[in-house]
Write a protein that binds this ligand. Sequence first.
Ligand SMILES: N[C@@H](CCC(=O)N[C@@H](CS)C(=O)NCC(=O)O)C(=O)O
Length: 213
Amino acid sequence: MKLYIAKATCSLAVQLVANELGLAPELVHFDVFGKSTSNGSTFADVNALLYVPALELDNESKDVLTETVVIASYLADQHPASDLIPQRGTIERVRMDQLLTFVATEIAQKHIPLMRKLMTPEGIEFHTNKLLSAYAALDQRLADGRPYLTGEQFTVADAYVWATMWHERSGVKLDHLKNLMAYVARVEARPSAQKALGDEAAVVARHEERLAA
Ligand SMILES: N[C@@H](CCC(=O)N[C@@H](CS)C(=O)NCC(=O)O)C(=O)O
């Protein structure tokens, strides 16, 4: 499989999930600003909408999956024994899909215009308050001392929240959310997260070398 990623973005969630599962997709870096890729391919041929993550499967038709929630869920569903996601059709799965959609829409997509400095002062205030409420809801979930968002078990939702902790780039202050910050450090300490960061840095460096050559 080929996983298209960008530096410090939601694609880290998919990398982390792949690492938890012991998968080793080939990583291709897409520069979201310069639009080039680390292997010289044209990213528009992979995802015409020009965003990551995108996962090219190994099947005959080389299907490409997009959307962080879909890719992370697909990989976890292929390996049910990993317990990274509840089984489809259960109420636990519905709750998980609810949580993943919440992270995608109320966190990840609220950050992006803030990080890119695209907003009016009113827009900044609106998105900042939305993010504060969303993160406070996660902090509240963790207030009973559970290690991960749904309890003892690490899941794809934890991977996604960790990958979208962009509050510093967005200028959103979260230091008061002690449960959340301790939880994020716990996720980041997992070998799968550390490997994701190291692999990302390596492919970004290879891409930069290629551009400089
Ligand atoms: N709906 C997509 C959005 C993914 C997305 O926003 N990706 C960002 C990085 S986190 C990106 O590649 N942005 C480049 C762009 O939109 O130009 C998802 O949830 O996966």
